[in-house]
Design a protein around this ligand. Structure first.
Ligand code: DAH
Length: 335
């Protein structure tokens, strides 16, 4: 009997070491066991036969286990998050080139980088908002005609897909109040997608992008604002620029200004070609009050403008509709 036990251990060791475990059933030592049977005393044959049988059954189980193990090892792990062509062979007719960032995404990141380096925190704007953030907290009185200038969409529930990133001002001010009171300042930009119920043409889209800036301290000045904006545009276009402002009306700033740059010669401009880039001004006291910030103690400036306009000038793009068109011929120029 002990040699059956020894044999079991030898055969099991071989099973776990081979890639062909079923071959072990043909082992000469195993066959040998049967030839022993007739030579035994009849009184011993029953127990011996049982032990051999048991060995065969457990060996079979060990072989099946080893076979399963070998099969598992040949299955490659599947990354279900990978692009489709990583997990399967490439069908010849499907496109295999890699995608790229949309030009607006890339330029928006560029804009945010510049403001971040100037010390502004960057916050993405919301894509669904309410009347209070769109108008109320921005000093638009109820039923004021200035509301009509924004062509806002509205959901049946009365929510608003924001028509400007200024919807974030109140949140930025409230979140920064503690910093002001600790002797610091608020400096943030908010960027994101905005929506207007416009007739679409080469210069109007229902969906576009804006970037908004807010700066508040005890001493903020209009001069600082102009310096900040000029610095931004010169960094973005990589050259010195002439700027000018003219009065503009926005209920949330006083005074309110429209800010223009002279179209650079490198981008096809002639002296005197002024391009209006954004709206800006000193934050209206009521806007500070709506965030519970004392306008007697603190002052700030804000600006907001479209991203497409920046990008169109940089690359000489003549039609705003290209951006949302999904046309690959256009997008590939920026790959
Ligand atoms: N929200 C304005 C618009 O979309 C742009 C704007 C003007 C933003 C003046 C400002 C600002 O922060 O001070 O037309």
């Amino acid at each position: 009997m002990t040699n059956i036990e020894d044999l079991r251990q030898t055969l099991f060791a071989r099973v776990s070491a081979t890639n062909e475990p079923r071959e072990i059933l043909k082992a000469a030592e195993l066959k040998q066991l049967y030839t022993v049977l007739p030579t035994l005393d009849p009184s011993e044959r029953g127990a011996y036969g049982k032990a051999v049988n048991e060995l065969k059954v457990t060996l079979e189980a060990a072989i099946v286990a080893r076979e399963n193990e070998l099969e598992d090892a040949t299955i490659e792990p599947l990354d279900v998050t990978a692009p489709w062509d990583v997990n399967s062979a490439l069908p010849a007719l499907l496109p295999t080139e890699q995608g790229t960032q949309h030009p607006l995404t890339r330029e928006l990141e560029n804009v945010i980088d510049i403001f971040t380096r100037m010390g502004f925190e960057a916050i993405e704007s919301r894509q669904i908002d309410d009347d209070e953030h769109m108008f109320g907290a921005l000093n638009f009185p109820a039923n004021h005609p200035a509301r009509d200038g924004y062509d806002t969409f509205r959901t049946e529930e009365g929510f608003i897909p924001p028509a400007h990133t200024s919807t974030m001002q109140n949140r930025i001010l409230k979140a920064g109040k503690a910093k002001l009171e600790a002797g610091g300042h608020i400096a943030a930009v908010s960027y994101g997608r905005v929506f207007r119920n416009e007739d679409v043409d080469a210069t109007h889209e229902h969906t576009f992008y804006q970037c908004e800036g807010v700066y508040v301290s005890e001493t903020a000045t209009l001069g600082e604002m102009l310096g900040t904006l000029q610095g931004f545009f010169e960094t973005y276009y990589g050259q010195k620029l002439k700027i000018k402002t003219q009065p503009g009306y926005f209920p949330f700033v006083e005074p309110g200004l429209e800010f223009a740059i002279e179209k650079p010669a490198a981008l096809g401009g002639k002296p005197g070609d002024w391009l209006e880039m954004l709206g800006c001004g000193m934050i209206h006291p009521n806007v500070l009050r709506s965030a519970d910030i004392d306008p007697e103690k603190y002052r700030g400036f804000a600006w907001g403008g479209g991203i497409e306009r920046l990008v169109m000038l940089k690359y000489g793009i003549e039609d705003l509709r290209h951006f949302e068109s999904g046309k690959l011929a256009f997008l590939r120029k920026f790959a």
